[in-house]
Design a protein around this ligand. Structure first.
Ligand SMILES: [Zn+2]
Length: 272
């Protein structure tokens, strides 16, 4: 690997040992990973090498490989990832600056909020590569209708059967990244895109049809993202919300009656 600086075999061994330690710690905080025992010139060389992962530079393949197939930020699921987050920050953990297991594609907002909130208590953000979450629902949404507005709120289900400590860390993560309000902003645009489908389904198949439509879309989104992505979480909550499926959605997603009546007229004309 071209780091633009001669590194001895024994220095390479020392760095590999640190990478092994990182693996043992599952990316958790550990003082030794700061590389205090390594020479300053080695630390600075590795740290500076991170810049070479930028497009057009000699280590760009690292960045390219990490972004491959990642369409949305793994933390928020809202925006595409545009940056690499250092799970343990490179300012303090210089030897890990270009360690691929320490690099996570993220959106700008998540990356910068996380960076500001780093603390050394060893908990903090779950590591996307090591802290594997069982395939269960652990994000929940509550939905209500207030006049013409759909009011939603997202939270971690603290009763979900997650590994010890995960629920609290996920909750803190959600608060720190302001995910609840970021999701709320996405909900209206998203649900508006389903307005026509909801209206047509309700007219032809009633409440049960609306429930099935929401379930089908939730299954689709779960496959496209994952079951705890805000979209399927929202859809599952809406499916269980009787006031919504029984026609309450028409207050939120208004289509004027005459537009719908015109639609029926056109149907009749087509049939005739
Ligand atoms: Zn994000």
């Amino acid at each position: 690997m071209d780091l633009g600086h001669d590194i001895t075999d024994s220095e390479v061994d020392e760095v590999v040992e640190l990478y092994d330690r990182y693996e043992e710690e599952h990316g958790g905080f550990c003082d030794e990973l700061k590389g205090g025992h390594l020479s300053t010139s080695l630390l600075d060389t590795i740290h500076a090498a991170y810049e070479k992962t930028q497009e057009g530079r000699s280590l760009f393949s690292i960045r390219e490989a990490l972004f491959k197939g990642v369409d949305l930020c793994p933390v928020c699921g809202i925006d595409p990832p545009t940056e690499l987050d250092h799970h343990l920050p490179q300012s303090e953990f210089k030897p890990l600056s270009i360690h691929t297991r320490n690099l996570v594609p993220m959106c700008h907002l998540c990356n910068h909020t996380k960076l500001a909130g780093f603390d050394e208590d060893g908990a903090g953000f779950l590591h996307p590569y090591y802290d594997l979450i069982p395939n269960i629902d652990f994000v929940k949404a509550t939905v209500t209708i207030d006049g013409a507005a759909l009011v939603t709120s997202f939270a971690i289900d603290l009763a979900a059967a997650l590994p010890a400590g995960f629920a609290d860390r996920l909750r803190d993560q959600m608060v720190e990244l302001d995910l609840d309000s970021r999701y709320q902003k996405e909900v209206n645009t998203y649900i508006t895109s389903h307005a026509a489908a909801l209206h047509l389904t309700f007219r032809s198949s009633g409440q049960e049809g609306v429930r099935k439509l929401l379930q089908l879309q939730a299954n689709y989104e779960t496959k496209a993202f994952h079951r705890n992505h805000w979209r399927p979480v929202l859809l599952r909550a809406l499916k269980k919300f009787d006031a919504f499926t029984a026609g309450g959605f028409t207050n939120v997603l208004t289509i004027p009656d005459d537009v719908i009546d015109d639609l029926d007229d056109e149907d009749e004309a087509d049939a005739g």
